[in-house]
Structure formats: C-alpha cells, structure tokens
Design a protein around this ligand. Structure first.
Ligand SMILES: NC(=O)c1ccc[n+]([C@@H]2O[C@H](COP(=O)([O-])OP(=O)(O)OC[C@H]3O[C@@H](n4cnc5c(N)ncnc54)[C@H](OP(=O)(O)O)[C@@H]3O)[C@@H](O)[C@H]2O)c1
Length: 248
C-alpha cells in the first residue's frame, strides 16, 4: 500500500516511515526538504499519485498564533483537496488530547481548526489525539523559562514516548478510518514532576518553581486539561524512567 507521510522527516514522521517500511508498505516521506509543501501546494499532486492513505504529522515552523493557524488551516485545506483529487481513502492526522478545552492557547486553537476541517471534509479520517511527547519536555521547560528560572504548572500530564506515538500512527494508518481516538503514556503525574525529573536527569541546572497558575503555552492547565478521561485512551507502555534510561 502506498502511504504518504506529510512531515515524514520530523520526530514522529521519520519513525512512522521506518515502521511502515518494515511492514512492507511503500511509505513516502513528504515535506519541504523533499519538494512537497502543503502550505503552497507545491509537489502535492505528484506525491499523492497512486496513494491510498495520507498521514499528516507535519508541524508549523513558527508557533506564533497567526502563523500556526495559517499553517494548519491552509495546509489541511490543500491536503484534503489533493487527496480527493488523487482518490485517497484514508486521512490520518495527529492532534493533542484536550485540544478543544484550551481556547486561550493559539496552538490549541489551530489544532482544533485543523481537526474541524478534517471532520467536515470528504475523506474518511482518523484523528489520533496524543498526550505530550517525552521528547517535548525541553520545549515545555523552555516556554516556562523567564530570566533563567522555570515556573512550571502542577497540572496533570500523562506523557508518551515518540516511539509509541509512531507505533499508534503506523497501526492506525493501515487500519480502517476510526474517527477521533486518544492515546497516552502509562503514568499520570504533575507537569512539575515531569520537568523536574527529566531536567534533573539531563543535568539541566535551571531553578524550578512549581505554580498551579503557571501558564502552559498561554493557558492554565488543571488535573484534567491535558489527560484523557479514565478508560478513554489506549495506553502505551514506555515509562518516563525507561525513556530517560534510553537517552543516556
Ligand atoms: N509535541 C507534542 O508533545 C505533541 C503532542 C501531541 C501531538 N503533537 C502533534 O504531532 C505532530 C508532529 O510533531 P513532531 O514533533 O513530530 O514535528 P517535527 O519534528 O517538528 O516535524 C515537523 C515536520 O513538518 C514538516 N513541515 C514543515 N512545514 C511543512 C510544510 N509547509 N509542508 C509539509 N511539511 C512541512 C517538516 O518538514 P522539513 O523537515 O522538510 O522542514 C517536518 O517533517 C504535530 O502536528 C503536533 O501538533 C505534538
């Protein structure tokens, strides 16, 4: 089966391409580096010719509110139109658990807009809502850093390894379109615990302040904002400790 992976050079995309190829599929990584640009439409028709499935694991190069909204809406419109033209029978995109409950975050608003376009479109779809990737922990710390001090939320997270996300995406792409589904890691704890544990392991010596009102990408998060409801998600196995041990 020919499967086009938009964002196939990225963190998740490169692992998805590897897994699909290992299972005998023709996985084509597509991104600006290989002449395919979903924002401008460049190279899309050629890449999608003969494809049955398109996976979208691309990400906006800029997280500024207007840029990220423009990226996910224009890219998704271009992609869905090209898929209809090419006769693609399954569009799979990666989004975030809790995206629709955090309207103060420009990034979440853009992901919700992306999801809406997919649901309202003509191509049968799967939207996998994942929790935060372990690999994203430095990004979380950096956006919470001011004057060298990290002020991090105590709200709950249930992070997942990129390896497990890629497994879920690759499995989802070769299955029937499933609508909206959720995936998460095996353990739930505070974002403060996540950041403190990982940065401690990496020898990052920034001071950390725990604050329930600290902003996470412009929004306050609580015990429920970023984690799936009990029983709602498929849970994957790699723990934070196991992932940290793999980073040495
Ligand atoms: N970070 C998290 O914790 C988290 C949690 C849940 C869901 N997600 C979602 O996961 C997805 C993938 O994230 P990631 O961390 O794997 O991304 P990433 O490593 O930043 O990779 C981004 C990919 O997008 C491609 N891209 C950029 N501009 C493009 C364009 N105009 N046309 C086509 N492709 C373009 C890049 O291609 P080049 O290499 O050619 O530049 C790259 O392959 C995102 O949609 C994100 O919202 C993230």
């Amino acid at each position: 089966m020919k499967i086009v992976v938009i964002g196939g050079t990225g963190l998740i995309g490169s692992k998805v391409v590897e897994k699909l190829r290992a299972h005998g599929h023709e996985a084509l990584p597509a991104s600006p580096n290989s002449g395919v640009n979903t924002l401008t439409g460049e190279g899309l028709a050629e890449a999608l010719a003969g494809a049955q499935v398109v996976i979208d694991v691309s990400n906006s190069p800029s997280f500024a509110d207007d840029d990220v909204m423009e990226f996910f809406t224009t890219s998704t419109r271009n992609l869905l139109a090209a898929e209809t033209e090419a006769g693609v029978i399954h569009h799979l995109a990666l989004s975030i658990v809790g995206s629709d409950g955090l309207p103060n975050s420009g990034y979440m608003r853009a992901k919700v807009a992306q999801e809406r376009l997919i649901r309202d479109g003509d191509v049968p779809f799967t939207i996998i809502h994942a929790t935060q990737f372990f690999e994203f922990v430095r990004g979380i710390a950096d956006q919470a850093t001011k004057d060298g001090v990290i002020t991090v939320s105590t709200g709950a997270v249930q992070p997942i390894a990129a390896e497990d996300v890629a497994t879920a995406v690759a499995r989802g792409a070769v299955a029937e379109p499933a609508g909206d589904v959720e995936i998460a890691g095996p353990e739930k704890f505070g974002m403060d615990h996540f950041v403190t544990t990982a940065l401690g392991h990496f020898g990052d010596e920034r001071a950390i302040i725990r604050d329930p009102d600290a902003l996470y990408f412009d929004t306050v998060i609580d015990e429920h904002s970023l984690v799936p409801a009990d029983g709602a998600a498929t849970l994957y196995g790699i723990t934070l400790d196991a992932w940290l041990a793999q980073q040495d």
